[in-house]
Design a protein around this ligand. Structure first.
Ligand code: QUE
Length: 356
């Protein structure tokens, strides 16, 4: 099978379907073209007896995937919401397909894996999500006025204790053991062994994939994430974002100081929406339902201009001085946050459902 774009390389090697994100200069940021190439390949391999497993990785040294192609979304803003709708309405079903995939899928989460890259890899079930000593996993969307989408609210809602609130609000990077502790990855492999791992996987039967991974994996290096459990519990369990920020001010650690400072730079509206969405996701029954809610939030934040302002300040003008609306949490009305959760017009709704 050949893809219609060179932004993603799709081929079969031995028994493995292989997907390599191939925009290394943009840290493999996910485009609509890539989504449209990956989808039919996964569907075809599902029913292809020659394909035992699928390997997902990224070209270049810097990482699997920085996120969605937010620069393109930013440029589309003057044309309305059609491109944003098209992108997210095709990307999220791919996240769900990956979650439900009937054959082993092995995401190589080397280097930077954020946003859209998490959506392509962290939903995989079956214990095959690989990280390395170079891995940096995060859901940093509140930095650009968005919420942790691509099923991020679902994953964060299932992280231990209040770690989902912490990781989702701050966008903190996870490394080593922290990626496994949080529930975003399964196995640690030294990056120097990845070529050999891929070669072995290409010869593996589906039933042997976990055994092959076990041969190459080792205990992950220490991360201080789990050690923060008490501080995270005392602070990120509070009912509102202002209460979390206040609780951080009561702590004495350097971590609390830095975390509070970070929160104060994030979009107030995105923070409040993220806190509510992560907590509401705990009451949902499936990833698909969480994705439906996330589309509403993202479209509303896109229409509202908060997302564009975040991308402008961080990635376009790079002045790192976003003019959030409102600029502070104190000025943020609960009704404004609740309106972000409102259903979209019927034809825009995602309407994903978990398989029966
Ligand atoms: C939050 C995000 C993204 C981000 C930074 C954030 C994101 C994303 C990128 C990104 C980075 C480098 C690139 C690129 C995109 O940065 O989603 O094309 O070369 O894709 O704070 O959500």
């Amino acid at each position: 099978m050949t893809a219609t774009t060179d932004e993603v390389l799709i081929r079969v090697e031995g028994k493995a379907g292989r997907i390599t994100l191939n925009r290394p200069k943009a840290l493999n940021a996910l485009t609509l073209g890539m989504v449209r190439a990956i989808w039919p390949a996964l569907l075809a391999w599902k029913d292809d007896p020659a394909v035992e497993l699928v390997i997902l990785d990224g070209a270049g040294e810097r990482g699997l995937c920085a996120g969605g192609d937010v620069r393109w979304l930013y440029d589309s803003r003057t044309r309305g919401i059609d491109d944003a709708l098209a992108f997210w309405r095709e990307e999220y079903p791919l996240n769900a397909l990956i979650h439900r995939y009937p054959k082993p899928l092995v995401p190589i989460m080397d280097g930077i894996v954020m946003g859209g890259g998490i959506g392509l890899s962290a939903h995989v079930q079956g214990g095959t999500r690989i990280v390395t000593e170079r891995s940096q996993l995060a859901m940093p969307e509140t930095t650009i006025g968005l919420i942790p989408d691509v099923g991020g609210t679902w994953l964060l809602g299932r992280a231990p204790d209040s770690f989902g609130e912490y990781l989702g609000l701050v966008g903190e990077r996870m490394h080593g053991a922290g990626t496994i502790f949080s529930g975003f990855a399964d196995a640690f492999v030294q990056s120097a062994k990845l070529d050999e791992l891929r070669t072995a996987l290409c010869e593996a039967r589906a039933a042997d994939v976990n055994g092959v991974i076990a041969r190459f994996s080792e205990p992950p290096p220490h991360s201080n994430l789990a050690e923060r459990a008490e501080e995270v519990g005392r602070t990120f369990s509070k009912p509102t974002v202002p209460a979390i920020i206040e609780a951080l001010a009561q702590e004495e650690s350097e971590w609390a100081l830095k975390t509070r400072e970070a929160l104060l730079t994030r979009s107030p509206k995105a923070l409040a929406a993220t806190l509510a969405a992560v907590r509401r996701s705990r009451k949902l029954g499936s990833l698909e339902e969480a994705l439906n809610v996330e589309l509403r939030l993202c479209i509303h934040l896109f229409e509202d201009g908060e997302f564009s302002e975040g991308v402008r300040a961080l990635l376009v003008d790079k002045d790192k001085n976003p003019r959030w609306k409102p600029p502070t949490l104190a000025e943020l009305d609960d009704a404004v946050v609740e309106a972000l959760f409102a259903p979209l017009p019927a034809e825009q709704e995602l309407g994903l459902r978990a398989p029966a």
